[in-house]
Write a protein that binds this ligand. Structure first.
Ligand code: COA
Length: 416
């Protein structure tokens, strides 16, 4: 099966998570992704949080599958020459260095587009160009705080809280991938490449859109009826942290199931969809609530929504999270068990769909990773193991026209 991005060559000048997540996605879909890494050390994640001494860490292997690795010191004249050759032959260069690092190396946008006017140069930075913080180095949680996620996550009586989901890193990489694919289509129309930039702050804000919705509602009416603070608590002039409240017009909460005292994940998420009130009452064995004026409408329920949740928890007390969902699904109630990472790793449906995959690795044996969350009818992304540091250096140099002797000289000068 041919892959849609076959024939697209990408210089993957990325490290850590945001950039690698982007290029890994493009590699799954067929692009030839050449990971350029500093000789000797490579991407810092190769050695971060290691679980097997001297083997590439899972942090690296899970973000760099389907790629080739070229070691190159892009600060030596010989290394710069190799990169220039590669630039001339490539479609895209992706980077997520600190602000100004690529320019300091001598590879400004002007220089790169002079070398190859068709090149798309895609960058991740913490803040967008011209922002008053655009000189800052940024990691995941910094972006979550600067993007509005932390101030609106957690419980009202606790501090701002970051999410375990990589809203700043992988999410930014996904935004960048969309930008690159758009620029590739644009190049088909104009014949020219362009600069594509995504900031981590902007990508987090894009996912916090509904909280900006809430700020404007709060400014206008002074309260937010779907938050637990309504109607008994106080609102200030900023969007509060709402715990586990549903973010839309459907109230929901995380509810305890059988075994919660010892199992930290014996919970389900339960949503009270307005039009599903009748089936909810039937599922709970509370038919008297269906037409009771204290319960019949969403507005009537709101003042005692937590009493309703407490009643549902009583119903859940003798059911495991799986048993509860199996009953509730018959009533069309939007709900799910709270799954641990262990449960996700072993979930047969996720294995069957290719979302969780086991892939071979030369040093590690096999490792578990997240496969493509995007499913196609005409493409089944096949996930291969991540490359060892410099595994493809000689092969890529030979493709660029370097002779065996020249390659040996590059090794001797430690440029590769
Ligand atoms: N050959 C020679 N030099 C190389 C090289 C190579 N193959 N690869 C990297 N370098 C150099 C860079 O040019 C830079 O040199 P300089 O500081 O002299 O200009 C140096 O290595 C370090 O790069 P830097 O990006 O500053 O790394 P860092 O470890 O200090 O910072 C981040 C890491 C992630 C904080 C920073 O890169 C950053 O803010 N990136 C943008 C936002 C981002 O992507 N954040 C991370 C999301 S996971």
């Amino acid at each position: 099966m041919s892959k849609p991005l076959e024939g697209i060559k990408i210089i993957d000048f990325t490290h850590v998570q945001a950039g690698p997540a982007c290029t890994q996605l493009l590699a799954w879909f067929g692009a030839d992704v050449i990971k350029v890494e500093r000789p000797g050390s490579g991407d810092v994640t190769r050695s971060q949080l290691r679980d097997i001494p001297d083997a590439d860490a899972l942090y690296f292997t899970m973000l760099n599958s389907n790629k080739r690795s070229l070691t190159l010191d892009t600060k030596t004249p010989e290394g710069k020459e190799v990169l220039e050759k590669l630039v001339k032959e490539s479609d895209v260069l992706v980077e997520n260095f600190a602000p100004g690092a690529l320019d300091r190396m001598g590879f400004t946008w002007e220089r790169l587009s002079e070398l190859n006017p068709k090149l798309i140069v895609a960058s991740v930075k913490g803040f967008s160009d011209g922002h008053h913080y655009d000189d800052l180095k940024v990691y995941e949680n910094v972006a979550q705080c600067a993007g509005g996620a932390a101030s609106t996550t957690g419980f009202w009586d606790g501090p701002p809280t970051v999410s375990a989901a990589a809203l700043g890193d992988s999410n930014t990489g996904m935004h960048l991938a969309i930008g690159i694919l758009t620029a590739l289509i644009g190049r088909g129309q104009t014949g020219r490449g362009q600069k594509v930039a995504v900031s981590m702050q902007d990508s987090v804000i894009n996912l916090c859109r509904v909280k900006l919705r809430d700020q404007q509602r709060l400014d206008r009416v002074g309260y937010l009826e779907e938050y637990p603070q309504y109607p008994h608590g106080e609102f200030s002039d900023v969007v509060p942290r709402g715990g586990n409240a549903g973010g839309g017009g459907q109230p929901g909460w995380v509810l305890k199931c059988k075994g919660w005292e010892t199992d930290p994940n014996a919970y389900i998420y339960f949503t009270i969809q307005g039009h599903a009130w009748e089936p909810i009452c039937r599922a709970l064995g509370k038919p008297e609530w269906i037409n009771d004026p204290n319960y019949a409408t969403a507005q009537a329920r709101q003042p005692h929504i937590f009493d309703i949740f407490a009643t549902i928890e009583e119903w859940l007390a003798d059911k495991t999270k799986y048993e509860a969902v199996d009953i509730l699904r018959k009533f069309d109630i939007p709900c799910a068990p709270v799954l641990s990472m262990k449960e996700i790793a072993n979930d047969p449906s996720l294995r069957a769909s290719g979302t969780i995959v086991e892939v071979p690795h030369k040093e590690r044996g096999t490792y578990l990773t997240v496969g493509s969350p995007i499913k196609f009818s005409g493409l089944k992304p096949e996930i291969t193991g991540s490359p060892l540091l410099g595994e493809h250096t000689d092969e890529i140099l030979a493709e660029l026209g370097y002779s065996k002797e020249q390659i040996a000289n590059l090794h001797t000068s430690r440029s590769v």
